[in-house]
Design a protein. Structure first.
Length: 199
């Protein structure tokens, strides 16, 4: 209850409880693995590099030290020679890992998914499920990060998960029918036809 509420004598309303199982992190509906992966892919393709790096950093912070060490080994194997020294000096620091992961994704989109999602890493080789994998943890933390939440909130993505990222949107009509069929009895009135009036 704020000061204005007290000043105007408003009563404090009890907090409403959400229905069980219907809400995920941050008050949003819980995402499936596929939806989280689609959001990760979309953000990596479209967001500014600074936001991607910040979301990666937040996600790496949530991994265990052992998981970060494993990610460090995998990233070191695919990192260009000129960046390996910076990676080695940063160790498993989330900020250093985020920088390298973001650069890898910008250089070649899908790098993290291919590297950490391979069957050898316990990744998505078993029916595409990410649960319990490092990549699954990374994607969940990335998409659940405050940075990603703000990014997707800024999109106004009410239909984001309904239609998918890469699926074409169907607006319900073709180019021929977009204007309507005026001969079939639709009446658009006389809008705009006589703004000046009779003089």
């Amino acid at each position: 209850m704020g000061i204005l509420d007290r000043l105007f004598g408003r009563k404090e309303e009890p907090a409403r409880e959400p229905m069980a199982g219907s809400v995920g992190v941050g008050g949003q509906a819980a995402l499936t693995d596929e939806q989280a992966l689609q959001r990760y892919r979309y953000m990596v393709k479209t967001a500014p590099p600074e936001l991607i790096e910040q979301a990666h950093e937040e996600a790496f912070t949530k991994l265990t030290p052992a998981q970060r060490t494993q990610v460090l080994r995998e990233l070191a194997a695919i990192t260009p020679e000129e960046e390996r020294a910076a990676l080695a000096s940063g160790g498993d620091d989330p900020k250093a890992l985020a920088r390298v992961a973001t650069r890898a994704e910008l250089r070649q989109p899908g790098t993290m998914e291919r590297t950490l999602g391979s069957p050898a890493m316990g990744g998505m080789g078993m029916g595409g499920m990410m649960a319990g994998t490092i990549f699954g943890s990374l994607v969940a933390s990335f998409v659940g990060s405050m940075i990603a939440q703000q990014f997707f909130a800024g999109l106004g993505d009410g239909d984001f998960d309904a239609g998918g990222v890469d699926q074409p949107s169907d607006s319900g009509g073709s180019a021929e029918t977009m204007g309507g069929d005026h001969a079939a009895g639709s009446d658009l009135g006389d809008f705009g036809g006589d703004f000046g009036g009779d003089i």
